[in-house]
Design a protein around this ligand. Sequence first.
Ligand code: E4P
Length: 215
Amino acid sequence: MKLFIDTANIDEIKDMNQLGILSGVTTNPSLIAKESGQSFEDIIEEITSVVDGPVSAEVISTEAEGMVEQARELASISDNVVIKIPMTKEGLTAVNQLSQEGIKTNVTLVFSANQALLAAKAGATYVSPFMGRLDDIGHNGVEVVKEIVQIFKEYELETEIIAASVRHPKHVKKVAKAGSDIATIPYGVLEKMLGHPKTDEGLDKFLADWEEAQE
Ligand code: E4P
């Protein structure tokens, strides 16, 4: 399973990218809005200069024509830019058009296996089921990812699954076991995945024993 980072913060991206664990980046309008002092386009351009992999940038228009126009502009920033399109009828119309133009898309705000199936049929490069937000309303986000994995496998659909709205390390482990192609993970969750109290305890003991032997 590939790991993406879900942030528009360049310091967070650089920090995790130096570990060699990242295959891409996803952003959304809320994440972009947190970054001040730079235009949307400049933020996306800077991210593409740091990470060698797909970088998702979301359109703001809610109409197909507007989405396609904005997508063409964003796609001209770099070959690595993937256009995030919301899972609506207008959105799938735009995805269909963009796939014919060879522009890669990531259909976002996916909350069911049927939505993912429709997005794949429309020509989406990626689909992003939102696990955390499904869990928030008492549904099971991991189960939805599992269903999408099963359907895409059964019908050999090429669209890749990005398990999104990741809230904790367990989400990552579960979608990795389920066969998701990708998980897009916030910085804080990646930090939690790195650490373990027994690692800290073990390291402290090794260093203490080493020091004692030097006396
Ligand atoms: C996906 O690409 C979205 O940016 C993201 O995962 C949404 O996560 P949230 O539900 O924590 O906002």
